[in-house]
Design a binder for this molecule. Structure first.
Ligand code: CA
Ligand code: CA
Ligand code: CA
Ligand code: ZN
Length: 522
């Protein structure tokens, strides 16, 4: 088989070609890969792409058995699924190869699945690997080699405040910056081939002075440095700043240089998503927006910028800690906020608005008299929840589905606010907190009231008083939202009465956590 196979290499190197081998050496087994189109890497031995015809598509569960049979991969190799994502093309299952239980950096294969079958697969695995994977060096000795190599004056884990911050933010008493060595196989910067593989300890080393962050791969046999991957562009530190509505708040910021910081966090050490906040400088252009900068991680910062940045962090934390959701799409969607937008210049009647456009949040500054910048916690949470709703349901933004969409944003916007401002509390919240946007209005009344929607001429009863049937406001999405808003208030705080259509109700208080869990899974 090998001989005939090599004749095909030239034909398959740069284009897809159908391979149709006959078994001729007794070794080869019948597999569905015979009917597939394969494209090979430069060695001509490992397939970088495999395409299956309609009737000959394997199941995800059997793909690697077929692959193993076809290429006669030894049983020392295992394939592990580590992430699946879903979009309009179907499912994409990302796998990493392990050899004798140790992951091989960069040896990945992605199975693209539609209707339960794999129609296309791509990536690169390592064939014919034969090596001993018992380390000679201890992890501690390897770490000493890595630290000698970096040679920093001090490291993040040596500072108690940094360690305490990480434990608090991760809600994990064992969280630490102290590097843990992971045994991995890597070819360093060379091609991913069996001949180039080395057994290494990989350390994530975060230096405090001079600031820098690196993956350092130390040869587990010899102690030599195999690779250093700098993460210098992602030097994130603990900062703080004066917010507009919540006093001084803690947040993650990005150190651009020794004396320049900005409102970004892209290193994913504390949160599983990047969070970036930009200044539109009262303009209308996203591309002309600038970083919010400061000469110190602790400010001074633009206070509206701080509120938007910290609010995005708080919303991320709420959905992650309370609902196990990793950002808007549950897959680390980057949270982009644009503050000080000139909404009038963008076609709005005034600057009293904030919106989610499917990709980012945009915040206006209010009118400076009755309305302040729209970056208070329940409004930030409201806008970001539109993103969550976009990714998890098809609540069309008009009429009743739109009113539910709006209401979910009010519900989780206020849940973020209560989670952050009254940590651990389940009920008995200040009535003012059940308003929406109370912090951004000069009179403190906000723009809606979940506890008493009627105050703003919004209904609290389905088809009750103030129920809106017109076509304005996309069919009353910010009006009829009052019904579900009041439902949520009742679930959290409890209450009794008779609704507008004559039904008597008596609802016990479930508390915020249970009520939010019900709303989240609705
Ligand atoms: Ca990142
Ligand atoms: Ca509120
Ligand atoms: Ca009523
Ligand atoms: Zn909204």
């Amino acid at each position: 088989m090998k001989k005939r196979y090599s004749r095909f290499v030239v034909a398959t190197m740069f284009c897809m070609a159908v391979l149709a081998f006959a078994a001729d050496d007794g070794q080869e087994k019948n597999t569905i890969l015979h009917q597939a189109q394969l494209k090979f890497d430069q060695t001509g031995k490992t397939p970088t792409e495999i395409k299956f015809a309609g009737a000959q598509q394997p199941a995800v569960a059997t793909f690697f058995q077929e692959y193993q049979k076809y290429f006669q991969i030894s049983g020392d190799n295992q394939i592990q699924l580590y992430r699946s994502s879903y979009d309009q093309l179907g499912a994409h299952h990302r796998h990493i190869q392990h050899y004798k239980g140790i992951p091989i950096i960069g040896a990945e294969y992605i199975l693209h699945e539609k209707n339960g079958a794999v129609w296309y697969a791509n990536g690169r695995l390592v064939h014919d690997l034969k090596m001993d994977v018992a380390p000679v060096l201890s992890e501690a000795a390897a770490l000493q080699a890595a630290l000698r190599h970096i040679g920093a004056e001090s490291y993040m884990w040596q500072n108690e405040a940094n360690e305490a911050f990480l434990k608090r933010e991760r809600n994990d008493a064992n969280a630490t910056f102290y590097p843990k060595g992971e045994l991995q196989l890597t070819s360093g910067r060379a091609e991913i081939t069996a001949a180039n593989m080395k057994l290494v300890y990989r350390f994530d080393i975060y230096a405090a002075k001079p600031l820098g962050r690196y993956y350092v791969d130390v040869d587990a046999k010899t102690g030599a440095i195999v690779n250093q991957i700098t993460r210098i562009h992602d030097v994130e530190v603990n900062g703080s700043g004066a917010s507009l509505y919540n006093g001084t708040v803690a947040m993650r910021v990005d150190q651009v240089s020794g004396s320049s910081y900005r409102l970004q966090a892209n290193d994913n050490t504390v949160r599983g998503a990047d969070i970036r906040t930009y200044n539109m400088n009262n303009g209308t252009s996203y591309t002309n927006s600038t970083d919010f900068t400061s000469s110190s991680a602790t400010g001074p910062w633009d206070d509206a910028g701080v509120s938007a940045h910290w609010g995005a962090e708080a919303t991320y934390d709420y959905f992650f800690q309370k609902h196990g959701r990793n950002s808007l799409n549950n897959a680390g969607f980057t949270l982009l906020s644009y503050v000080h937008a000139n909404l009038v210049g963008m076609g709005y009647p005034n600057n009293v608005n904030a919106f989610w456009d499917g990709s980012r949040m945009t915040y206006g500054d209010g009118d400076g008299v009755n309305y302040f910048p729209l970056v208070c916690l329940d409004v930030v949470g409201h806008e970001l929840t539109h993103g969550v709703t976009d990714f998890s349901s098809n609540l069309i933004y008009s009429y009743e589905s739109g009113a539910l969409n709006e209401s979910f944003s009010d519900i989780f916007g206020n849940a973020v606010e209560l989670f952050k401002e009254n940590p651990g509390q389940e009920s008995g919240f200040p009535l003012a907190r059940w308003r929406v946007g109370e912090d951004l209005t000069a009179n403190g009344l906000g723009i809606r009231n979940m506890q008493n929607p009627n105050e703003f001429s919004d209904p609290d009863t389905y088809q009750g008083a103030y129920w809106y049937t017109g076509s304005g406001d996309n069919g009353g999405v910010h009006i009829n939202s009052g019904v579900q808003n009041f439902w949520f208030y009742l679930l959290v705080e409890g209450g009794s009465g008779t609704n507008d259509v004559g039904y008597a109700y008596n609802v016990p208080s479930l508390g915020l956590t249970k009520a939010a869990a019900i709303a989240y899974t609705n």
